[in-house]
Design a protein around this ligand. Sequence first.
Ligand SMILES: NC(=O)c1ccc[n+]([C@@H]2O[C@H](COP(=O)([O-])OP(=O)(O)OC[C@H]3O[C@@H](n4cnc5c(N)ncnc54)[C@H](OP(=O)(O)O)[C@@H]3O)[C@@H](O)[C@H]2O)c1
Length: 508
Amino acid sequence: MTTTSNPLRDPRDKRLPRVAGPCVLVLFGVTGDLSRKKLLPAIYDLANRGLLPPGFSLVGFARRDWDHQDFRQIAYESVKEHARTPFREDVWTHLSEGMHFVPGEFGDPGAFDALAMAVKELDESRGTGGNYAFYLSIPPKFFPKVVEQLRRSGLADRSDGEWRRVVIEKPFGHDLASAQDLNDTVHRVFPEESIFRIDHYLGKETVQNILALRFANSMFEPIWNRSFVDHVQITMAEDIGIGGRAGYYDGIGAARDVIQNHLLQLLALTAMEEPTSFAAEAVRAEKAKILSSVRVRGDLSQSTARGQYASGWQGGVKVEGYLEEDGIPADSRTETYAAIKLEIDNRRWAGVPFYLRTGKRLSRRVTEVAMVFQKAPHLPFSHTDTEELGQNALVMRVQPDEGITVRFGSKVPGTSMEIRDVNMDFAYGESFTESSPEAYERLLLDVLIGDPPLFPRQEEVELSWKILDPIEEYWAGQGGLDQYKSGGYGPDSADELMARDGRTWRRL
Ligand SMILES: NC(=O)c1ccc[n+]([C@@H]2O[C@H](COP(=O)([O-])OP(=O)(O)OC[C@H]3O[C@@H](n4cnc5c(N)ncnc54)[C@H](OP(=O)(O)O)[C@@H]3O)[C@@H](O)[C@H]2O)c1
């Protein structure tokens, strides 16, 4: 379908000019948090932008005694509440006609047989062409069971000209061995090219823009190396606690939940060499090369830090500490904050530390990659004139307040030569009239089209666990962990990690 043939599409929107072909999307875990807040709204947004095929069908699967109409009503509420684009009755009516519900429990073969019948019927009635994507938005412990049921029921089998894709949400295992087990299980049923591992950070415009910034311009790449860069700070700070997700979070912790996937992917995009093209294999190969060059040097007590949030004040509200949260054992040693110092053993980055940190219940929500540059080798000014001059920095703001900031020294207006840091800003909201699609919108469309560059392959997942496993093992052998005040900046040990190198974290 061309751009002009589609009346629902905004012709000015050139960013996603691709439209999915006929298919069924089966959403397991459709009653869950992720489905309601992100996936169902993203499907509507894609429909609203005319990026789904006319016969597109969505099958929800969960343990509810619902009929199709109940499912449509729940989906309607979630779309009304969370969709990014305006609600349009005609789009909704068209989309909801293709929504079906199959009740079932993952352990029940009969439910999967019913699912197989349901999708076959959709092929007949809506022309979905025998193409199925299975989205596993479910607790990770059920991945093997559902994949096995897809095999047993024949849903994973395809005839010539048809496709099958399976979408797996993070976490991909909880260490290297379990990630390999999971991979073996999924591979017994689906080939690698049919497996789409979601790291939703890669669907964000601002994350993809790291590659545009680096490889579409000439002014940044020459200084993007050890000759100019002093160090790099990659931060994902959250101002919320674990919410109601104690069952998921405890025993996992900040490093497995965020560093293993989102932050190491950001590191890879920031540090990798230019790919030969933006084809999936070329981009993934460069990311894998960087991840295999990452090292944690020396004594882990000096290059890592972790902590747990204690009670405090957040946005004017008194909040409880992690150990007082519902469902968290009083002696839990799961970290809610983690910081690690990494190095990359290659010619471009030798000796440049990459500091990664993530934490919950910090003072502000922010995700950014900051390249901090070396000081000018010589300053022909008096010491007092440059007292307030820091290091130049280029900050890629991933969220919120998406954009890029360049920090540099500038003369303070007046008669003296006083120099102070100033910021030059690019903000998405001011430079583009188009709003950015949600990450899940982009990723769901890529799954339906079969476009894999934004999905990590197994090699990257395993390399990331190889970086993290020794750290987790070291932490497991340690006693208690630092507490930090909710609404603050993280544990003192994280500040000490930076202070040992004569550096400080960027202010949150
Ligand atoms: N929530 C997020 O923001 C987020 C972010 C990133 C990644 N993820 C990942 O996304 C996945 C889903 O997360 P979530 O937060 O949406 O989980 P959730 O709220 O716990 O939802 C789990 C879903 O699985 C279904 N389910 C559980 N056991 C089942 C069984 N035995 N048979 C049939 N259905 C069953 C539940 O259905 P019932 O209604 O029948 O219980 C529910 O629909 C997880 O892998 C998670 O790690 C989530």
